[in-house]
Design a protein around this ligand. Structure first.
Ligand code: C2E
Ligand code: MG
Ligand code: MG
Ligand code: MG
Length: 286
């Protein structure tokens, strides 16, 4: 089944092993779905004021039989390049909706969608099918799209977003701030949520420019009346600052890691004594 080993190095320096692993992975991926090697992990999204879990983001995972866990950064890219993303994406949608259907009301599920999926005229239909097959009420589904998906602003993508919105599916703008056309995108589409990219959150405590950007995005969300979720929250200090600046929702390892069983955040870190003290120390509340 394996291709013959190439006995040369590519001009770009890619080793034969690297070339092979990419080719192999792409091929293995097609069989992996049928062999149940894909699964979803769920990471809690938490209300920044109450500490209650409002929903979970579904994150695709692939456990390769020989190579072990493969990062989604790698296999999603490969799936996009080979067109397999359509099949994988349909599976992610239906699996996420099925799982969410069993959660207590009104917990929602957020599903990541690739730009390639959005370009397909069938995409809105596959969302409808996932809702119908799972029985998940539409208001409990959110689709996360990245700016790159909307960059072309192609007719197909505009139609897809409008169709989803008409269905009642919420649309979140993921990794906000890392794309090229942030403001034009905000002008054109009525998002139901903005997600501040983790790179800004990561640096906000020691880099005043990152902090200023986070604050500006929160203000923008407030002005547009769109809730803002901060992703990648790992430190207590980040959490405290985000709450004080009025961030709507928080997601990150500090609250919970992605897990196979969707796990409610049971104790909001800011309800711990030490945190209460910290917030008082900084003065003012959210
Ligand atoms: P994303 O949608 O921005 O997802 C957030 C990523 O940040 C996830 O990585 C998550 O595990 C990670 N993360 C969450 N909290 C923290 C934190 O506190 N610290 C750090 N360092 N990381 C945190 P993951 O699961 O590796 O996914 C990476 C990307 O792959 C996702 O970024 C998303 O763009 C893509 N992806 C994952 N699952 C799917 C899928 O089902 N479909 C599509 N199209 N893309 C997916
Ligand atoms: Mg996401
Ligand atoms: Mg994100
Ligand atoms: Mg991100």
């Amino acid at each position: 089944r394996r291709t013959k080993r190439h006995a040369y190095l590519r001009a770009d320096g890619t080793s034969p092993e690297e070339i092979r692993s990419g080719e192999h992975l792409a091929r293995d991926m097609r069989e992996a779905l049928g062999r149940n090697e894909f699964y979803l992990a769920f990471q809690a999204q938490v209300d920044a004021r109450t500490g209650e879990t409002t929903g979970f983001e579904a994150l695709a995972r692939w456990h390769h039989p020989e190579q072990g866990p493969i990062s989604p950064e790698i296999f999603i890219g490969l799936a996009e390049a080979t067109g397999f993303i359509h099949e994988l994406g349909r599976w992610v949608l239906i699996e996420a909706c099925r799982k969410a259907k069993a959660w207590p009301w009104p917990l929602r599920v957020a599903v990541n969608v690739s730009p390639v999926q959005l370009e397909s005229p069938d995409f809105p239909l596959s969302v409808e099918a996932a809702l119908a097959e799972s029985g998940l009420p539409v208001e409990r589904l959110e689709i996360e799209v990245t700016e790159s998906a909307l960059l072309g602003n192609t007719e197909q993508v505009v139609l897809a977003i409008d169709r989803l919105k008409a269905l009642g599916v919420a649309i979140a703008l993921d990794d906000f701030g890392t794309g090229w056309s942030s403001l034009a995108t905000l002008q054109r589409f009525r998002f139901d949520r903005l997600k501040i990219d983790r790179t800004f959150v990561e640096r906000m405590e020691y880099d005043t420019r990152s902090l200023a950007i986070v604050r500006a995005v929160l203000n923008l969300g407030y002005a547009l009346d769109v809730p803002v979720t901060a992703e990648g929250v790992e430190q207590l200090g980040q959490l405290v600052a985000l709450r004080q600046m009025g961030c709507t929702e928080i997601q990150g390892f500090l609250l919970g890691r992605p897990e196979v069983e969707a796990t409610l955040v049971t104790m909001a870190p800011w309800n711990a004594r030490s945190v209460a003290g910290m917030e008082d120390g900084r003065g003012g509340g959210a």
